[in-house]
Design a protein around this ligand. Structure first.
Ligand code: AMP
Length: 307
């Protein structure tokens, strides 16, 4: 029982209409690991960091059951850096700067000890790197989940198309689903995207929840209405971490099983946005998570009398 997580471990600088962060620890795989490690162990991390990445962050994750054998450290190089600025609605953002640094020539190596994992979570990274990890696995995982973004659709579409053919589940946001499918209606977009490979598709809609598609089936998970969204960065990755971590603990990869997993993903993502970076995720306990999942249950539970 294990989950391989591939993705960036990085520094971010974030601006919202209400606050601004310095350079803080971020990266897709960092958020995924913090999140998934609440539900399953071990998490087997594949990434690359520069000499500037804090050892303390890696140590804290290791203490939670995140294995670092697949994380390369390039001592004389800088970590990936991303900065973004959120608009007033906090759902949309502009990328201000992307410095690939160590990611520029990253060649992932899957350690022998990672072989045999049940789930492969391909977090946001170049599709060529994602493909290389798939190709290095001797035994196909029971479930491959892919997260990607518009940046890769703009710059590496042919490679992304190859990865899509290999995955079971794709996680994207609504604008990415529209870009990928060239369809405005999300139902039509889902149909087109499932023809590209994934059997399951999750379309995240920020504060408007998430949709799960599979064949002709659709399920909707709301987002928890929050008083304040402080920093949405990493919410998508935190969602992905909760989704795969929970699925690894249940091993139910059916549509019904994934319905529960997107509720768990939504619940844990709702914590991520409450503070800058991974701060809030570090504070979570099982009880806090369980209470929040219960709030989701109450949010969507109703009786209705048909007349
Ligand atoms: P999210 O808000 O869930 O989309 O994820 C934000 C995280 O993705 C940040 O912590 C960034 O470091 C990371 N990120 C942004 N752009 C890229 C990229 N092109 N490749 C890999 N990671 C990225």
């Amino acid at each position: 029982m294990s989950v391989i997580v591939v993705g960036s471990m990085a520094f971010d600088a974030i601006e919202t209409p209400f606050a601004k962060s310095n350079k803080i620890v971020g990266g897709a795989a960092t958020y995924i690991a913090w999140s998934a490690s609440n539900f399953t162990k071990p998490i087997q991390q594949i990434s690359v960091v520069g000499g500037d990445f804090p050892q303390e962050e890696l140590d804290m994750l290791e203490a939670r059951g995140v294995q670092m054998e697949g994380v390369q450290r390039k001592k004389d190089k800088k970590s990936f850096f991303w900065s973004g600025k959120y608009h007033m609605d906090m759902n949309t953002r502009d990328t201000l700067e992307t410095q690939l640094n160590v990611l520029e020539d990253f060649e992932p190596v899957v350690p022998a000890s990672y072989q045999g994992a049940d789930i492969l979570m391909l977090g946001n990274l170049s599709p060529a790197v994602q493909l290389s990890v798939i190709e290095q696995l001797k035994e196909p995982p029971k479930l491959i989940v892919l997260d990607t973004m518009n940046f890769w659709m703009d710059t590496a579409m042919p490679e992304l198309e190859k990865v899509l053919k290999e995955v079971d589940v794709l996680l994207v946001n609504d604008s990415e689903a529209r870009q990928l499918s060239a369809q405005y209606s999300l139902v039509r977009a889902a149909r087109e995207i499932m023809k590209m490979g994934p059997k399951f598709l999750v379309i995240k809609k920020g504060e408007h929840g998430a949709l799960l598609f599979h064949g002709d089936h659709v399920f909707f998970a709301p987002a928890l209405p929050l008083d304040e969204v402080f920093d949405p960065t990493g919410a998508g990755d935190t969602f992905a971490g909760g989704f795969v971590g929970y699925l690894d603990s249940t091993k139910d990869f059916s549509f019904e099983g994934m319905k529960s997993a997107i509720i768990i993903g939504s619940a844990i993502a709702s914590f991520c946005v409450e503070k800058f970076g991974t701060t809030r995720l570090r504070e979570l306990t099982k009880n806090t998570i369980d209470e929040r999942v219960q709030q989701f249950v109450e949010l969507v539970n109703f009786d209705i009398a048909l007349v």
